[in-house]
Design a protein around this ligand. Structure first.
Ligand code: BG6
Length: 482
């Protein structure tokens, strides 16, 4: 066991302003993440948090709204009532109407009270993107867009390349790219960052990490939840825009990118961008879409929106030519599990067959990176069965479970990302050109799919059958049991 208590790297204190502070994203993700960082000592009493909302909400009422989303901190024993009281003392409620401008003075007053004018102010727009323009103009008009100001935004940043360009252009009128933090929360997941450590802090994998040794790559992000109370949003987006355009393509980038010469924001993002630009335009035969059977009933209307998608991607560069990347994601699938499976090529020559070794079933080596739940790594090897009587082989496994190895809980992605905004580190945030390059892959794919109907699948299965892999003589590898 390694005691990996989340280290409290000292940062100079910041002011967080959550615009949309009483909304779902703020209550579910942002404030609980700040609370955990507070509990771990990284957010200190010098930090200030403003929850800005159109509604006039007292701090007492706000505490009541927030508490259910912080309950795990109490049940795990990490938080006490005193911690909660002290954390609430960091929060100020601000009534702010980003459209009409009312409350701008109060916000400016709050920020201008700070002792140190150089401290970062982090504006998190937890509101609909249609309000981003109003919000950023209001911040500018209140004199709050200083060199220390940072802007945090999150998808959906548009529903296609054109709308994404329009939203980003609006942000760019007021904030410099170096001040904009676009969240893809997958990049904040511990195991996703570990993928970079695995590749670039070890030599053994990197020497094998190319089309000489790798047969193909599979990425599965399977969810058991349906669309629940997000049906309206989801129906306008579907799995391709909701998950592939951002999270899955980011995972593809991290698996496929060249090593940057330094682990810094622009070099990492330059390399990811090169991957996106090398992805070959998809054809209809490369895409399979599905919809779970109850979807239209839940929605209350007919719909051709996909709740499942599988794609075969080709990356046209020297490293990956000939190595397909099969990706899939869906709702209401058999289980919640996200995995990257790297399947290595079969050995070029089998010395054991000739000995009558009986390795009839000798699967290729595989590296399985489990992103969630039960985060870990498995390396599948072939070993000799113990005992005399010939050379009998069997598949075995090296298993690194992060849960068993590290005592501390793995922090939520938002904790890492929020602290990176305070730190001023954009490495795990998407740059504008990356977002556009991802849309350049997705827009033509959506056109190909237009007018088509997704195949229905039963909830609790792994989606509709497809022949993306079968035509290549391969099959999907389902996530392993936890
Ligand atoms: C979000 C999508 O970005 O990611 C959701 O909008 C999806 O539809 C969620 O459920 C999955 O995130 P996680 O962290 O639970 O894998």
């Amino acid at each position: 066991m390694t005691d990996a208590k989340t280290p409290s790297v000292n940062l100079s204190p910041s002011d967080y302003v959550i615009i949309g502070g009483t909304g779902d994203l703020a209550l579910r993700k942002i404030l609980p993440a700040l609370f955990w960082r507070y509990l771990d000592g990284q957010i200190t009493a010098d930090y200030r948090i403003a929850a800005a909302s159109r509604r006039d909400v007292s701090l007492e009422d706000y505490a009541g709204m927030l508490r259910p989303f912080c309950e795990d901190a109490f049940s795990s024993g990490a938080a006490s009532e005193d911690n909660w009281t002290d954390f609430l003392a960091l929060i100020s409620m601000i009534t702010l109407d980003v459209q009409g401008g009312a409350g701008g003075d109060q916000l400016a007053g709050f920020l201008n009270q700070r002792a140190d004018s150089a401290r970062p102010s982090i504006f998190y727009l937890a509101i609909a993107p249609s309000l981003f323009g109003d919000a950023t103009r209001l911040l500018r008009d209140c004199g709050l867009v200083t060199p220390q100001a940072r802007l945090v935004v999150e998808k959906p940043l548009g529903h296609d390349g054109a709308s994404s360009r329009a939203i980003n252009a609006e942000l760019a009128e007021i904030f410099d790219e170096s001040q904009i933090y676009r969240i893809d929360h997958y990049l904040g997941k511990e195991t996703v960052q570990n993928l970079m450590a695995l590749r670039f802090a070890n030599v053994i994998f990197e020497t094998q990490w190319n089309n000489n040794h790798i047969d193909h790559v599979q990425i599965t992000v399977a969810e058991t939840v349906g669309v629940d109370n997000r049906a309206e949003y989801y129906n306008a987006y579907g799995a391709i825009r909701d998950m592939v355009q951002n999270h899955l393509l980011q995972l593809v980038c991290l698996v496929a990118m060249e090593p940057p010469s330094h682990f810094n924001a622009d070099q990492v993002r330059d390399e990811k961008l090169r991957v996106l630009r090398a992805i070959r335009p998809l054809s209809a035969a490369d895409i399979s879409r599905g919809q779970y059977q109850e979807y239209t009933q839940e929605l209350g209307s007919q719909s051709d929106t996909e709740t499942y998608v599988a794609m075969k991607l080709a990356i046209d560069n020297w490293r990956w030519a000939g190595v397909p990347f099969y990706i899939r994601t869906g709702k209401k699938l058999a289980r919640r599990a996200s995995e990257i499976v790297i399947t290595f090529k079969q050995r070029p020559h089998d010395i054991f067959q000739r000995n009558g070794g009986g390795d009839i079933d000798s699967p290729p080596n595989r590296l399985i990176i489990r992103l969630q739940p039960s985060e870990g790594l498995r390396l599948q090897l072939i070993s000799k069965e113990p005992g005399p009587g010939g050379m009998r082989l069997f598949p075995s496994e090296l298993n690194l479970s992060f849960g068993d190895t590290f005592e501390a809980r793995l922090p939520d992605a938002y904790e890492r990302l929020l602290m990176d905004t305070a730190r001023g580190n954009q490495t795990l945030f998407m740059r504008r050109d990356e977002v556009f390059a991802a849309w350049d892959i997705i827009d033509p794919a959506m056109k190909l799919m237009a007018g088509g109907t997704p195949a229905l699948y039963r909830s609790g299965t792994m989606g509709p059958p497809d022949d993306l892999l079968a035509t290549d003589g391969r099959s999907w590898i389902d996530p392993y049991d936890d």
